[in-house]
Design a protein. Sequence first.
Length: 229
Amino acid sequence: MDLVAPVVVEPLKRRRCSECHQGPLERMIVEFNAPVCLDCADLGHLVFLRRGDTALTRRARENSALWAVVVRHNRRRTRYERQGLLVEEAALARAELACLADAEARARRRARDAVRRAAVDAAVTALLRAEIQRLFPSCPEDRVTEIAVHASTKGSGRVGRTAAGRSLDRGAVTAAVRASVRHVDTPYDTLLMQGVPRHQARTRVAPAIEAVLRAWRLGGGDTRGRGRG
């Protein structure tokens, strides 16, 4: 059997109960086109639960033998919009206790997930670092770490977080190293600040980048700072 919940209205205008004449009414039902206060409608013992917490609303409704939907008219949208529920106070108390217990469980789960994600992130960075060292054996240790951490930062959208980066695709790893060299070992950023178009700036610093990469591949030593002008 489907349940039909009473609909309670939050009036936009000052209204008085058509039965007891109390007012102005904060909430009311409408019977025979006339406003009726919650006490006269036998809903006065219910408490208001504002919308927003889905779990709390669901549990309070399930635990309440009598409940009602609260709506308010939105003039701009020309429709009634749900504001919350009226539920039995004891039902709301039971729902709050259940949600508190859930909150503790959710907090523990979030903590476990955070540890797991941190371990995964560390593993991604370590694998990327090892591949950079393999491809560029003469790259300084601090630069290897710097590039790996930067490229694998979660949520950054950088090479290390892409499918190609995670699979240690040679081109993706090289792109991460090249990007670091461009910004650290050449005057690229300075050229951009001077108004040089990006593509022109890249063309101008390309030889310096390739020189650094070649040195790191062949054992040319630390080239930090070369190319700065």
